[in-house]
Structures are given as structure tokens and as C-alpha cells.
Design a protein around this ligand. Structure first.
Ligand code: UDP
Length: 329
């Protein structure tokens, strides 16, 4: 454990969306740091299988509820002093957020309630999972936190509202907050279904001996961040006062084309039958380029990601291979 994380030992930390991909990986790290973790999730997209490994840990508490319903979220605050909050519950996935724009809008209620309960109860810091979607199709590359935004999707709009509210609560009430703009996170436990995310989707397809479905020519770019790097950056941002009231990109800063990703997965699976199928681009919400400027991450928390794409994909591939029953269509 990093010495910076010593202050998390014995702290009570609420993770909303704790049964999701990033949330459940985060909880593992928090428990390893000796924190007491309240996992709050309504299992709409989060999965029980993601958290069953924690059930035997006396520092793990599960509360089932909807973060957008005030009375339900109150259950997470009523019995204990919550020291820190990670508000990760949200409607996620490009396809789902376009299919359910109103569900996305409800997420504003959750953000509002988290901030208000945190302020009233003296929470020490609130972390918010924002997204690189706020840049939309970028007006400038690399994408800078204080640069120009081009948010268009309902999902991106709600994330921006969240960021602004967090900042407002810091400047107005002194509640410490930080919004993290996640670039494309991948790793064990990621949803590999057709509602899922491209690295998980390709790995599932490869392990099932199917062709990889590349949309368009595959020359769209993304910045792939292995989940352990995302979490280390998030924890450093939690414990560092330099991020208070700030927005910070969490990325690698190295764009990868989707075709390169598909080829890397082909290389990993060693199955000559796994070819690449080029399909039409998704309709609506398709971003062509994405690449973060990571100078703020270096400046605020002195962090650069440790995993190369090959190393992170290898670990993810091994995990899926050992958990084939978790592959979902
Ligand atoms: N993609 C693809 N094939 C798939 C799923 C996704 O080529 O089966 C592409 C998609 O068109 C996009 C990129 O992979 O350019 C990342 O998609 P994802 O939904 O994982 O995340 P996004 O960054 O778009 O939110």
C-alpha cells in the first residue's frame, strides 16, 4: 500500500455504484487499504457477482438502493459517519444512455442528494465519476480540462452539471470535491455484453471464437486506461488537497485506434479463426477521436499510468479466461 493511502485505514467510505465494473475494483483497493466500505447499488447494471468476494470481509457493508431516490440513499448515511464518498452510480454506456435519455437525467437527483447529505454530515471529500464524453467530438487535441468542450449527448450534459455542482459546493460551502474525467477504462469485471465496452466486447468475442466487430474502418481513436491505473489515480486524487474543487482527466495520453485494439486482441487469443468483421459505424453518439492532456494529473497527483495496453489487455484476457461464465452476450 502507498504511504499516501495510510489515512484511508479505518475510514468509512461510501461507494455508490459499488457493484459496477469500476466501483467493485475500487472497493477491492479500499478494503486492501483497511477502509470500511459501504457499497450502495440498485443492481440495475451493477452485478452481485462483482462483489460476492467481499461478503466475508467484516469491513464490507452492502446497502441495496437507488442513488437517485433520496430516502433510499439516506440509508447509506444514517447509521455511520461517512468520511469519504465516491459517487460512481450512473446510467452508463453510449447505447444505453441514448436509448434511455430520461434515466440519464434522473442522475442529477443523485448528484444533488449526495452533495447535500455530504455537506450536512461533514463528509471530508466527495469524488465524482465524470467522463471524457464532456469533450464530445473534440474541438482541440489533446483534450484539456480547461479547454473547449463540445458535449452533445444527454449523458455528457448531466456529467457537466455534476462537475459544476461539485465545484459550486466546494467554493460555496467548503465541501471538498473532485470530478474525475474517465477516459476508456478496461479490465476485469467490465461488462462484455452488447451494451458493454469495446475492450470487453472484443475479448468476449475472441474467447468465444467469434470474429471481432469493428465499427467503421476502425480508425476512430480512444485512450485506454487499465482499471488499476484509474483507481490509483482516483485514490491519489482523493487524498491530495491539490484536487479540491477541481476537474481532472484520468488517461494515458496515447491514442489507440479501434483497429489496433482489435489486432492486439487477435494477437492475444492465438486463434486463427478469429478475424475482423468491419460493420457500419454506430448511429448517433459516435466520437471519432479522443485523447486526453494528462498534465493536470501529473501536476496535481504526480501520477502517470503504469500499464501498457498490452500488459493491461493480457491481465484482462486472463481474467475473462478464468471466468468464462461471466462473459455475457
Ligand atoms: N466499437 C467497435 N466495435 C464494438 C464496440 C465498439 O468498433 O463492438 C467502437 C465504437 O465504435 C467506438 C469505440 O469502439 O468508436 C469505443 O466504444 P465504447 O462503446 O467502448 O466506448 P465510447 O468511447 O464510445 O464511449
Amino acid at each position: 500500500m502507498k504511504k499516501e493511502f495510510a489515512k484511508l485505514e479505518g475510514a468509512t467510505i461510501l461507494v455508490t455504484g459499488g457493484a459496477g465494473f469500476v466501483g467493485s475494483n475500487l472497493i477491492k483497493q479500499l478494503l486492501d487499504c483497511g477502509a470500511r466500505v459501504i457499497c450502495f447499488d440498485n443492481f440495475s447494471t451493477g452485478k452481485k457477482e462483482n462483489i460476492t468476494e467481499f461478503f466475508s470481509d467484516s469491513n464490507f457493508i452492502l446497502i441495496e438502493g437507488d442513488a437517485n431516490k433520496k430516502e433510499e440513499l439516506f440509508q447509506a448515511f444514517k447509521d455511520s459517519t461517512v468520511d469519504y464518498v465516491f459517487h460512481y452510480a450512473a446510467t452508463v454506456g453510449v447505447v444505453r444512455t441514448i436509448e434511455q435519455p430520461l434515466a440519464v437525467l434522473h442522475d442529477i437527483q443523485g448528484i444533488q442528494t449526495i452533495l447535500e447529505f455530504s455537506r450536512q454530515r461533514g463528509v471530508k471529500k466527495v469524488m465524482f465519476a465524470s467522463s471524457s464524453e464532456v469533450y464530445g467530438e473534440p474541438l482541440e487535441l489533446p483534450e484539456k480540462e480547461d479547454g473547449r468542450l463540445n458535449a452533445e449527448l444527454p449523458y455528457a450534459t448531466v456529467k457537466l452539471i455534476g462537475e459544476h455542482y461539485l465545484k459550486a459546493y466546494y467554493t460555496t460551502f467548503g465541501l471538498k470535491t473532485c470530478s474525475l474525467r474517465f477516459f476508456n477504462v478496461y479490465g476485469p469485471k467490465q461488462d462484455s455484453s452488447s451494451y458493454g465496452f469495446v475492450a470487453g466486447v472484443f475479448l468476449r468475442q475472441a474467447l468465444q471464437g467469434n470474429n471481432l466487430t469493428v465499427f467503421g474502418k476502425g480508425n476512430q481513436t480512444r485512450d485506454f486506461v487499465y482499471v488499476d491505473d484509474n483507481i490509483e489515480a482516483s485514490l491519489l486524487a482523493l487524498v491530495s488537497d491539490s484536487t479540491n474543487g477541481k476537474v481532472m482527466n484520468i488517461g494515458v495520453g496515447k491514442p489507440t485506434t479501434i483497429l489496433q485494439l482489435a489486432q492486439a486482441v487477435q494477437h492475444l487469443c492465438h486463434n486463427p479463426k478469429v478475424a475482423i468483421n468491419f460493420l457500419p459505424l454506430r448511429k448517433g453518439g459516435e466520437i471519432i477521436h479522443r485523447c486526453p492532456d494528462i498534465n493536470k494529473m501529473k501536476e496535481y497527483i504526480n501520477f502517470v499510468p503504469q500499464y501498457s495496453l498490452e500488459a493491461g489487455l493480457q491481465k484482462t484476457f486472463e481474467w475473462y479466461k478464468n471466468n468464462l461464465e461471466r462473459l455475457s452476450l
